[in-house]
Structures are given as structure tokens and as C-alpha cells.
Write a protein that binds this ligand. Sequence first.
Ligand code: IVH
Length: 675
Amino acid sequence: MSQSSDIQQQLSELRELINQHNYRYYALDDPSVPDAEYDRLMRQLQQLEEEHPELISADSPTQRVGAEPLEGFSQIVHEVPMLSLDNAFSSEDMQDFDRRIKDRLGNDDDITYACEPKLDGIAVSLLYREGVLERGATRGDGAVGEDITHNVRTIPSIPLKLLGSGFPSVLEVRGEIYMPKAGFNALNERAREREEKLFVNPRNAAAGSLRQLDARITAERPLEMCCYSVGVVDGGDVASSHHDILYQLQSWGFRINGEMRLVVGIEACNQYYQELLMKRADLPYEIDGIVFKVDDLPLQQQLGFVAKAPRWAIAHKFPAEEEMTQLLGVDFQVGRTGAVTPVARLQPVFVGGVTVSNATLHNSDEIERLGVRVGDTVVVRRAGDVIPQVTKVLLDSRPEKTESIKFPQLCPVCDSPLERVEGEAVIRCTGGLLCDAQQKEAIKHFASRKAMDVDGLGDKLVEQLVDEKLIENAADLYALTAEQISGLERMGEKSAQNLIDALQKSKSTTLAKFLYSMGIREVGEATAVNLAKHYGSLPALQSASLEDLLEVEDVGPIVAKHISDFFANEHSQQLLDQLKAAGIHWDDVERPSNDELPLLGSTYVVTGTLSAMGRTEAKERLQALGAKVAGSVSKNTACVVAGPGAGSKLSKAQEFGIKVIDEEEFLALLDQYNG
Ligand code: IVH
């Protein structure tokens, strides 16, 4: 063999191998080698190509990013138009859709539907000739789009060359390019640090990234593509059902949606819709509804199209997560740690499934960034259980009279001066526990369910107790009498006695809950558990040095400093003494030996709903056996406990081949060690 064909051989083997790894990583979410090995192969290929530039081909994995920006975008005509979908907004609309299909087919048999999330991104078309990516284009108006080949080439989940065999010689693949939530948040976080303009939502970020003339910018954006149909097919065939086509696409190197399901009948479609609605917030990408498609291609053909949408598909929309409304004013709220948060008072608006009349404006930098004024029309976003936020001002609809928003100089509650720590965005009240607002928030936190769990002591009641000067701190709660409580508005003798009983009951707690209830900055539930486990008793923790604290899992220098400041503070010491005198107690955690921690070293993930206990308890029980409990599934997860309603975490575990146990097996596991 000549030297050059030998090198050619080496190059194609390397490219093939890298493409395979790429596919496992980006299309299947199932990496086959560690990142370091992948990087090594890439460097090897780069080096070989540098030595033999004449052998570089456009479909080589090194050639994703071009060197020079384009002058402009050229237009392309879609040979097969890219259609849109009709929308359904209720299960009745879905019944009607199903009815129309059956009537048109003249057959009352249940239809098999393919259900898949409606990704909120940008629709694109990819054209492959002889298995090589030739052109990428936006949907545009469905008939004419823009050529974005240079940009789609940079997206790692889009194959430059198809894998496997059996694909038609001309194949147009369609799908959605989107930015996953995590990538979007990281991108905005970086933009915020650099004081650059933020993206309003992942969809806009994806659109903006594809609209770049310079592909080097696109290459840095965390974009993915998920494929959902084919367009032009020539010189070969594709399968005769929608779901089979998707699996074919997957085998040729594309990413398809792991949530895709086949169901029979419209009732099952509505059930799938409800399931995904529950999962919506946990999915790693944004979706705005579910697309239902008649699965059988001959049936699709029989049904045909109306205007610009097929009769055989429909999008059942989720409640919108963004709406516009008026900003009526801004209140400044003081939190537990003194942080002053501007809160937008809004003309009530229905968004994300609830009526919203307040939304956070975060801090003064954010107000400046948004350029928002009272009277403006703003976009409010409420995604999942995240607190509603103002994300944008619609300047085109700015009325003539608007007012600027002035951040107060003094604490709006206690008049203490406000301070801004260098390098931090938050402005804090310096009043400490002398500030009524901080006092109230600290007591609410103390009484909350995951802290001391004082049943029946809600936010309103805490506010009344402080306002009536009956209590100043958490320890004062335990000195309250039934008479004092029953004298309050809307409290009778019975509810007063109930509260006294609940307070009594709360006195018996655990060290972890007690530590959490102190509201030490940055000490959440998990850190409190780690501290309790590590030190076993309060005195041991109190006498720990900063270096000592750094030994505790998840405790870094900042948290360590907050903990040590807390215990050094005179007010905290008094509070601790007072609480002890009131009779708060717990059993010191005996630091178990390793053989009492049978799950030491394994990471568990709990997902879905369990009937015997909440997820918090499940987590604590696992931690008590030495397990680490993580919030997301990774290669390091040992086992996933999955109750009904488990979503993406379960599918990820299944994809990774990680052990999954149901509630029954989980309870048996606990029994086995505790029995
Ligand atoms: S199918 C003929 N499937 O929704 C059917 N569309 O209003 C063509 N979309 O422009 C579309 N996820 O951008 C289909 N799983 C999915 C989708 C999806 C998102 C978008 C797509 C299209 C729009 C239709």
C-alpha cells in the first residue's frame, strides 16, 4: 500500500471512530469513552490533517467551524414545504381532532398516535446527499427559508456524515434546534458577569445563535437538534410509520426525542399530555405543548392537508409561560438575610397556569438592565414552580407618562442604612435582627416544615405575633401562652391550644433540622445534614475552626465563614441559650461506624412520588445509611428510586443502564438495614 493511501486509511478510521463517539455522546446521551480519550483522538486527527492538508474533507469532524464570517444569508426554497400545525387548547379540542380523523377515514377504529413533546426552538431542514450534509436551512415562512449551513455544521448533535447504511441518496431531515435550559442559564450567567445583554428565553437564544454570520459565535452556543420528520426523500425509501422513521433517523446518527411514545386512542393522548405537563419543569429543555401525529404513513397520506397544516397532526398547547401586562408599581421586600428585593406589582395576568400579580425584579442591576419604568408594559415569565420574573420591557408600547424606579437609601422596614457589599449585586439592610422584616423572616424559616416544623404557625400568624410585640425571636415562641394567642385576630381558644401543642411537639427535633432552622447563610437542608453527621453534636460544631469546617462535605470557604460568623455572633449565642432553656432537644448523632453505613460511597437519586413517605424523608433515610443523595442522574449514580410519575431522571437511568428500584424494593432495602 502506498504511503498516501495508508494515511487516507488512517484518517478515515479516525474520523469514523470520532463520529461514532460523537453519536453516542450527543445523539444517544450515552458516552462510550471518557472525554479525555475523545479529545486525544481529535488531537490525533487534527495533527494528521495538519501534516496532510490535501486530505482534509468537508465532512471531517475537525471541519465543523469555518474560518471566515459570511457576508449575508442566502435564501433557499423548500422543495417540500415546511408546514405548521393546528393547535388544540383543551381535551375537547383533542376529541374533535380525533373525531374529524375517524369521520374522514370512514372508520371508527381507535387510531395509533405518536406523541412527542413540542420543543420550543427553531424549525430547520438538513439536506444530505449520499450521506453527507449539504445544506441546513431555517423554516422561514415554510416556503422560503435562509441558508444556515455554516451554523448547523457547528452543532455536535448534527452528523456531518450519516452513520450506518440504507439511507436514501437524497434525504432531508427536519427537526428543532433548541438550547437546553442548563446551557441557556450558563450562557446568561456569563453574559451577566460580563455585563452583556441577556437573552430573554432559550428560544430567543437559539434563534439569535442561528442568526450569526460568523459560525465561530454559533459554535460557542450550547445548541442541540432533535429530529421529528423527513422532507425530500429520493433514491431510497424510509419506513412506513412515523415512529419507525424516527428510529431509522436515530440509527443514521440523529438525536430523536426520548419521550416519544406510541399510544392508541385519544384518551391515551390526553393522559400522555397530563403526564408530560407534570414533567415539564423537570425536562432539560423547554416545551410548549405536545404534538400528536397519526403514526401510520398510508393513513397520513389518505388524510392529507388543509391550507398550511396536515390533518393528521395537532399541537396540544401547554399554558403559556410568558404573558404581557402592566407594571403598576414596585415594592421593596426585606428577606431573612436582609437582602432587599424589588418586587414588581403587576396588573394581574394568567401565566404558567396561575394568576400572577407580583414578580421579582431581582436587584437594582436588573432594573437598570431591563430599563424598566413604572407604567411600562412588561413580559412576565413563570416557568414551573420558579417564582415569576419580569424578563423584558416592551418599549414600543411605552406610555407617555412613566416613572423611574428609585431604590431606597434606607431599609423600608426599619430605616437602617442599606449597604452593598463590593462585588455583590444584593443590597442589604444593616439592621440585622433589629429589623422587623428580618426578624419575621427568620421566625417563619425557623417554624417551616423542613426546619422545626411547627404545625399551624403560618406566615400571617408570625407577622401578627411580631407586630403585636408578643415575640422578638424564635425562642420567644416557646414562652407564648394560650391566652396571648387566642387574643389575636382570627384565633380562637382551640386554635391557640393547637399551636401550643405544636410548639411543644416541635421541641423534640434532630440536630440537622435545628441547624437548618437557624437560617445560617448558605446553610440549606443538605449542608445542615452534613454538618450534623460530621460533628454529631452542637458543641463540637461550635468549637470547629474554619479549616475544620472545610472538611465537611459540600462546605467551601464562604459557607465555612458564614457558619463561623454565626456562632461567634453574640445575638446567635443568646438565641441558642434561650432555645436550649426552652427545652429544645435532640439526640446527639452518634457518628456511625462504617459498617453501620452500608450504602456509604453510593449515590442514589429519588424521583417520582412515593406513597409511604415524601421525597425528603426518603432522602434522609438513605443518607442515614451512608448514601449520598443527588438531584440528577449521572454515570456515577448507583441506583434510582423511582415512584409513579418519574420522568426524565428515570429515562436517563434506563439509558445509562443504571439500577432502578420501585417503592416496594426501596422499602425492602430500608427494612433490610434497619430491621
Ligand atoms: S411536526 C407537518 N413535531 O412546531 C408537521 N413540529 O407549529 C410539522 N415543533 O414549525 C411539524 N416540536 O418548529 C413537529 N415534535 C415536533 C415538534 C414540532 C416542535 C415545531 C416546529 C413547527 C411548529 C409547528
